[in-house]
Write a protein that binds this ligand. Sequence first.
Ligand code: SAM
Length: 220
Amino acid sequence: MTGGETKRRKVDLYMRNWLYPLAYPIRKRQILDRWEKVGRPNPPPAYFKHDYLKQLAAENPHLTKFVETGTWKADTLWQLRNHFETLHSAELDFELFLAAKKRLARFEHIRLWQGHSPEILNLILENNESPTLFWLDAHYMSGGVIGAGVCPVLAELEAIFDHCSESTGHIILIDDARNFIPAGDYPTLAEVTAYVKLHWSSYDVRVQNDMIHCQLTKLD
Ligand SMILES: C[S@@+](CC[C@H](N)C(=O)[O-])C[C@H]1O[C@@H](n2cnc3c(N)ncnc32)[C@H](O)[C@@H]1O
């Protein structure tokens, strides 16, 4: 990394620690108002997704653990820090991992991991009994590092299926559903659906608000 980039990241970290919490509500209102005004195009802004995750946590109090792949700037962790007993996040990029560690250093219930997400999930999920909200969001971003493939979601799901039980009631959300199309670098929605159904046949897979939702079928 160049000296300029290091300085830019330091400034960014400072802004996120001190200005972000103050500016967040104002910025959120502006962005969401603008988004509503233009007819709620896909994808919804990150602010919308944060609220959606909080709502999901409130509606499913049995979910005590949050596991994220792709930490990025740790904004989602920051937003959800008071909504789960424990939170874990895996980031491939070492610099992003270090910055997130600094940002969240005072929260003992948040654990950050550095490495390729499927390998980290194997560590996080060893003996996992806690009902978990998974937020699978690791993928290549320009300027970042590239791991084994652009989007490791199928290997992430494999780690989840290896360690977790279908009957526990975990919810898996996969972000950026719009990218799971043929001819891209991601698996298709049909491939993801088939993979989930193969392992957890009582799970529904549907897309809502640009997120792929995988959860136990509700019995009426
Ligand atoms: C869209 S960002 C994540 C945003 C974050 N989840 C949030 O909600 O604010 C994607 C992140 O995934 C990371 N990433 C890419 N490939 C990865 C991999 N194989 N394992 C872990 N992280 C990865 C990128 O470096 C980037 O920080």
